[in-house]
Design a protein around this ligand. Structure first.
Ligand code: FAD
Length: 485
């Protein structure tokens, strides 16, 4: 495949806007010359002539009436019909042989406008490389992107520097959000660290971060309400992508940034996420200081863990003053499906059963939850998930290395993946396979190391002695930091 610099299409004379017709003509001018020879040697007989609704004027004048040669599934390594909805007809090939197509073409198509896909789009945009992002959500405001994220220096923050957005990020961080509290099941506070600004992992609201990335892109970069249902190779590294509304487009480079249940992943790998053994129930306590002062006082102003006996509460104070909480339980995979989450009362009762012998003030968090309770099973791809280099397609973020959230790295990794892929593509313009090979050489070992840390984190948080192993881990960090001073 080719370079993707805006306005150039290496290997063809294509220099104009990316209309389907110009693309088709460029493809014709570059790729069809060899095929024309097949026409003059009557090779269409060997390739298979079949009736087609395509009988453009040139064909009607010089070819057998009502007969046309289509390339779909026949020689699609040369010119895929579905690339631009073309039928190529016998007889002298001219631009008129290529009717206006209803199938569009995008040199680079990113599936998913999560943090990973948007970071990639931003880096490509900065380098002047054309990119289109397809997102199933109807708009940027279709869903609340709740939750705080702490961005790590080597991953999320590095990505933001590549995006030239680090200063704007710093302006949006949640002051005080790096405070941390660890409690046991009796609601005893065993560790209480204030946020003195030296934690090195500033917290930001996920929605603010997404808005920052979206606002840094031209408005038409993201195609909203575009749910990808399938993708198939066309040969030569190109792919055809079909959307839920029945439309399709072709692309020279397809990037799956579409999260845990990626529709792109099957093009490169047969791996599917497996249940990690932990199930979450997510809920909020709104206006914690005003409406839930005991909870606000108990959990503090930053991150909180209340742990014991293979279960616990994981919480965070949000920038809007609410407490965002998850109960987490090591439990059979089907437990959540036995609960009626359409009825918050029934859902609360079922979750409370898991915490029957916990301190009343921790149980009260569940009883007082505002709004719906949301079930979340935690899944992960196999540690070390990778795939053989597959022309014209790759993955990033959760699509590539979904892991449990117990290293707090998933979003950070998605962003550094996006930044690295953008840089590799810009550095190898004209040689997509070299770009993807260098990107995947960074992606695979990094994903493997972090997935291992996440799996270990799960064991440290959920065990019979919790929260002791987590406290020991923080104590060893402290000791290491003190030795390093
Ligand atoms: C409970 C929980 C807590 C977490 N906490 C943290 C944390 O503190 N720190 C951290 O770093 N990570 C955390 N993570 C992990 C983090 O959320 C993910 O790793 C991160 O969001 C992955 O980003 P992504 O861009 O790869 O995918 P996503 O954020 O999942 O984005 C994928 C996008 O693709 C879209 N999409 C999906 N399918 C299609 C389709 N067929 N067609 C078109 N669009 C599609 C989706 O709508 C979405 O917008 C947590 C995860 C969970 C579950």
């Amino acid at each position: 495949m080719t370079g993707h610099a805006r306005g150039s299409h290496v290997g063809s004379a294509y220099t104009g806007e990316n209309t389907a017709r110009e693309y088709a003509v460029a493809q014709y001018e570059t790729a069809v010359k060899g095929v024309t020879n097949l026409f003059v040697t009557n090779a269409f007989v060997m390739l298979g002539v079949r009736p087609s609704p395509c009988t453009p004027p040139a064909a009607a004048e010089s070819g057998p009436p009502g007969r046309a040669l289509t390339y779909e599934g026949v020689v699609d390594t040369v010119v895929p019909l579905t690339h631009a909805g073309l039928s190529i007809c016998p007889g002298p090939l001219t631009k008129a042989s290529f009717p206006m197509s209803s199938t569009t073409h995008h040199p680079i198509a990113v599936i998913g406008a999560g943090l990973g896909g948007l970071t990639l789009a931003r880096v490509l945009h900065l380098r002047g490389v054309e990119v289109a992002v397809f997102e199933l959500e109807a708009s940027a405001r279709a869903r609340v992107q709740g939750g705080m994220l702490d961005l790590h220096e080597e991953t999320g923050q590095t990505a933001l520097r590549v995006c030239e957005l680090h200063d704007q990020f710093l302006a949006k961080v949640h002051r005080g959000g790096q405070a941390m509290r660890i409690l046991d099941r009796h609601a005893q506070v065993l560790l209480d660290e204030a946020d003195d600004g030296s934690g090195g992992r500033p917290e930001i609201d996920r929605g603010d971060l997404r808005d920052l990335l979206l606002g840094s892109l031209p408005e038409d970069t993201v195609h909203w309400g575009a749910k990808v249902t399938s993708a198939r190779p066309l040969g030569d590294g190109r792919h055809e992508v079909t959307l839920a509304d029945g439309t399709a487009f072709s692309t020279d480079l397809l990037i799956g940034a579409d999260g845990a249940w990626s529709r792109v992943r099957p093009l490169v790998s047969g791996a599917t996420p497996a249940y990690t053994g932990v199930s979450f129930v997510e809920f909020d306590l709104l206006d914690a200081e005003g409406r839930h002062p005991e909870a606000a006082h108990l959990l503090g102003g930053g991150m909180s863990f209340a742990l014991g006996d293979n279960k616990g509460f994981l919480g965070h104070r949000e920038t809007d003053g609410s407490l965002h909480l998850y109960t987490a339980v090591r439990v059979a995979e089907d437990w959540l499906s036995t609960i009626d989450f359409t009825d918050p009362g029934l859902a609360k009762a079922a979750v409370l059963e898991q915490f029957a012998d916990w301190a009343p003030e921790l149980r009260q968090l569940i009883t007082d939850a505002d709004g719906p309770l949301v079930p979340r099973k935690i899944h992960a791809l196999p540690i070390g998930h990778r795939w053989p280099r597959t022309p014209g397609v790759t993955l990033l973020g959760d699509a590539a290395h979904l892991m449990s959230p117990f290293a707090g790295e998933g979003a950070n990794l998605a962003m550094i993946d996006g930044a690295d892929l953008g840089r590799c593509l810009a550095e190898h313009l004209g040689d997509t396979e070299a770009a993807l090979a260098s990107y995947e050489a960074l992606l695979f070992p990094r994903g493997e190391d972090t997935a291992l840390q996440s799996a270990q984190g799960q064991e440290i948080i959920f065990n019979e002695c919790a929260p002791r192993p987590l406290l020991d881990m923080f104590a060893s960090f402290e000791a290491g930091t003190a030795r390093g001073r």
